[in-house]
Structures are given as C-alpha cells and as structure tokens.
Ligand binder design. Sequence first.
Ligand SMILES: NC(=O)c1ccc[n+]([C@@H]2O[C@H](COP(=O)([O-])OP(=O)(O)OC[C@H]3O[C@@H](n4cnc5c(N)ncnc54)[C@H](OP(=O)(O)O)[C@@H]3O)[C@@H](O)[C@H]2O)c1
Length: 334
Amino acid sequence: MSARVVVVTGASGGIGRATAVAFARRGDRVALLARGEVGLQAAAEDVRAAGGTPLAVPVDVADADAVERAADRVEADLGPIDVWCNVAFTSVFAPFSEISAAEYARVTQVTYLGFVHGTMAALRRMRARDRGVIVQTGSALAYRGIPLQSVYCGAKHAIRGFTESLLTELKHEGSNVHVTMVNMPGVNTPQFDWVLNKLPKRPQPVAPIYSPEFVATSMVWAADHPRRRAWWVGIPTVYTITGNKVAPAFLDWYLARTGISGQQTDSDARPDDPQNLWRPADGEGGRDFGAEGRFTEGSWTRDPQVWASRHHGVVAALTGAAAVGAAALLGRRR
Ligand SMILES: NC(=O)c1ccc[n+]([C@@H]2O[C@H](COP(=O)([O-])OP(=O)(O)OC[C@H]3O[C@@H](n4cnc5c(N)ncnc54)[C@H](OP(=O)(O)O)[C@@H]3O)[C@@H](O)[C@H]2O)c1
C-alpha cells in the first residue's frame, strides 16, 4: 500500500504514540498532535526510526480553532489527510463527588470535544474529496460506566453517541468517508502516571493489561478496514460489553465490590505526582513518558480474540463446518 498521510492526536505518549509508530512502519507520513513538546519530539524520532515521515504539531485538542489550524499545517506540509485517528484524552481518577465542575468541564472539553474537533477538521477536508477514514479510539468504558471514572466514562459514551450519528449521516449521503471506533481494554500507558489522581493510592488499569504496541495494530487494521462500524479489542472488552447488555445489574454489584480496590495499586499517591489535566506533564521535568506505562511486566501482547475479530468470515466458516461435522457424526451413531 502506498504511503498515506495519517494524523494521530495524543501522539506524544501511550496508545497514540504506539499507533503513530505502527503507521510509520508502513512508511506513512504521520502528523503527531499533542501538547508536550518533549514527548512530541521523542515521538517524531520513533516515527523516523520506524521508517515514517513525522510532523510534530503542538496543539491542545480542546481548542477547535487550533485543531483546524493544525489540520491546515498537516495538509500544507504532508499533503491531503487520508486517515485521522482521535486518541488524545485526559481524565480525573476520583469518586464523582470529589471532581469539581471545572475539572468535569476540562476533561469533557479534551476527551469528548477533542474528538469532536478532530472529527470536524478531518471531515471538512475528507468530505470535499469524498475519501478518508476517521478512527475513534473507544473503550469498553464507552459501553459500561465504572467507579472512580465517571467523567471519563461520560466522555467515552458521548464519543460513541456522536460517532454513531455521524456514521448514519455519512451512509445516508452515500459518502466514501468512513468512521470506525476501536474499543480498547486496559492498556499499559503513561495515563496511570500523569492523569490527575485524587485517590489515596496510585492508579492502575483494570486487569488484564495489554501492551500499547499490540492494541496499536488494531488501530492500523481498523484504518484499513473502515467499513466495520466498531471493533472490540481483547477478551475483557467482549465480556464487559456483552455482560453489560445481558446483566447490567450484576455488573453494578460486581463493580461496586471490586472496582474501587481493583483500580488502585499498593503504592501511596504523592502530592507531587505528575498531572496533565491543564498542561502537559512533560513540561517541568523535561521527561519523555513514552508509549508504555509502568505495567510492562505481565502485559498481554497477544490475544486470539483479536485475530478472530479480524477474521469473522473464517471463524464463521470453521464454526459452521464443525457444526455440520458434529451433526453428521451424531447421525451416523444413531
Ligand atoms: N490506557 C487504557 O487503559 C485505555 C483503555 C481504553 C481506552 N483507552 C483510550 O486510548 C486513548 C489513549 O489513552 P492512553 O492511555 O494512551 O492515554 P495517555 O497515555 O494518557 O496519553 C494521552 C495522550 O493525549 C495527549 N493529550 C492529553 N491532553 C491533551 C490535550 N488537551 N490536547 C492534546 N493532546 C492531549 C497526551 O499528550 P500531552 O499531554 O503531551 O498533550 C498524550 O499524548 C484514549 O482515548 C483512551 O480513552 C485507553
């Protein structure tokens, strides 16, 4: 496949950084959007080392005009945008009653409206050319709220809502612009080091934890297969979404019992822990947080569910053949 122009928001760390590198491995021209200049420069080096052409564009995705200007710059420097991946986010780890209205508004502006702004900038350009793909980084928590993450779960549910509306409008138009959502499980990223944390202990993802490099392959896969409206990445995403459809009250009970302690490590939180809500966390110490967080040991780098989800046809054919074989065997025994 020839090199494409790909925009990744939230590319200075975590899944966005790993996604940028995954596209770069194919030789793509990758625009890296985030605020932290240290992380952006390091991400640009990663992209170059992987074989891609980087363009670092510092921007706060909460600012719609700034995102629009960033898109202009990408097209001027790299060419027409083929793929736009919305990844950037922030949050607050705290019970609902300990999050201020200003914090709620800021997380919503970055995590929800940041995706809206990115989608607007991408669509303005793609619709005029009648081609392009927008990939929304979703979550199992876009379907199911959990304790200590009310502001995040609200934003992720909202992303799913506006994306589904947009998808129906594009279908109605017969547009060749596609939008798809990649719903992630818990991933080992720096978010657990730099998201504003009001808990007594340092936070951790809900187990099992996947590696950002592994889930980034699903972002690239979704960009290549954008006619599928949504992707579920990892077995925990499947059981969270389906479990919530079948027995939401059971999940209420289960999460009330396990969700508070399960999201905290044994180490105490400290007042000087990094925070990225209002400004990037790499600013003061000049530290590059990278793609991976502090849970690399034991994080999952493969999952058969991901293969099965990408190859529905093969799975259906094998299941059908097994069912026919079993029926034939039973018939012969009678
Ligand atoms: N990690 C998980 O367990 C998990 C699970 C499910 C879904 N997800 C989804 O995956 C995506 C990435 O998560 P992650 O864990 O990789 O996050 P992360 O490690 O915290 O990285 C967040 C990225 O967003 C950027 N960012 C934050 N605020 C920004 C702002 N105002 N403007 C522009 N960029 C901003 C950060 O860079 P700067 O601070 O330099 O701006 C960083 O590049 C999110 O959409 C999240 O919902 C993650």
